[in-house]
Structures are given as structure tokens and as C-alpha cells.
Design a protein around this ligand. Sequence first.
Ligand code: C5P
Length: 208
Amino acid sequence: MTLTIAIDGPAAAGKGTLSRRIADTYGFLHLDTGLTYRATAKALLDAGLPLDDEAVAEKMARQVDLGGLDRSVLAQHHIGEAASRIAVMPSVRRALVEAQRAFSLREPGTVLDGRDIGTVVCPQAPVKLYVTASPEVRARRRYDEILANGATADFDAIFEDVKKRDERDMGRADSPLKPAADAHLLDTSEMSIEAAFQAAKSIIDAVL
Ligand code: C5P
């Protein structure tokens, strides 16, 4: 049977880095499900279509090609904003969750990261991690990352943005962000990437 590892958590908690490292270590396929919401949002923006028409957004969601997702063209802030707006629409979620579930069954094993993997997309996953960190720490990491890339940033604006994104992701009616009852909580506020990876690895090795 295919082993699926479900990784959830708020924006900028370090899920992406952790997920890629886990996938590399175990030779599993990795899907960053945030990119499916971002790709849907970008397709709407590029076509000049409204973000508040659920039927149109669902049609775009059904056309997303999981093989063609590239964070470098989907990372922009306005795309993340638009993604979190269309992510509240139940029919958009249904369309993307279907594709994500099909992906989760691929051999030899898969790592999916997002907001609702352990609760909705793959509730049967034998390993569920909920990766979090305080809003301040997450905003600081995002800020440092932008500066490291040679750009400028306003810490307070990023901090407000992290809190706003949390509110939208945790407060929505359909599939709100929350840990599955059987998820292992990993608070990375005071942990290095390496320590978070080692903690995740011991949890996974206990199940494999
Ligand atoms: O993780 P990322 O910032 O790329 O996700 C963009 C947005 O997509 C999130 O703010 C969230 O609203 C939505 N999302 C979701 N469910 C997922 C992954 C992402 O609702 N499984």
C-alpha cells in the first residue's frame, strides 16, 4: 500500500522545506497543495476573470495540471492573496481535493502539504504532522527571506498579512485549517529546520 504523509500548518511555518526534505529522504513524490490553489487563482487573474464567480473558478480548478506547478511563477504575494480568496469556495475545493487525492495514491509513496490534508484530503494517512510557529516568528522568517533575496520589505506589513491569512484560513466554513485529532504537533518557533526534520523523521520511522 502506498504510504501517504500529510503535513498541514499555517502560511510560512516551514512546511514546504520540511516536506521537500522528507520526500527526498524517503524517495516519495511531493505535492505542495497550496500551488494548486495558486495556479487556479493565477489562471483567473491572467484571463482577466473575476475572483468571486464560483462556477468560473471551479472550471479553472478542474483544468489545473499537477505536473506543471512551479512555485517560482506562483510565489507572488498577490497570487497568494487571490488563492486564499478562492480557497473559501466549496466547489473549487472539491475539484482540487479530487486531484490531490488521486496524487496521494501514487507509488512509491507521497508527501502532501497544505491546510486540510490530514483532516479532509487524506484522513487515512498513517502519518500526520501539524507544523506551526508563532505569527511573529513566521513573519520574521518571511521578512528575512525577502531580504536575503535582495529585495526590501516592511516587517509590520508582513506581520499583519500573516495574521490576516491565518484568520481567513482558520475561519472559513469549508475545511478550515486545524490539526487532525491524530496529528503530531511540531512547533518550530524555537527549532532549526534540522531539528524539525529530525523530529519529523523519528515520527515517520516509528510508522514505516
Ligand atoms: O500555502 P500557500 O501559501 O501556497 O497557499 C495559498 C492559499 O491556498 C492559502 O492561504 C490557503 O488559503 C489555500 N490553501 C488551502 N488548502 C490547502 C492549501 C492551500 O486552502 N490545502
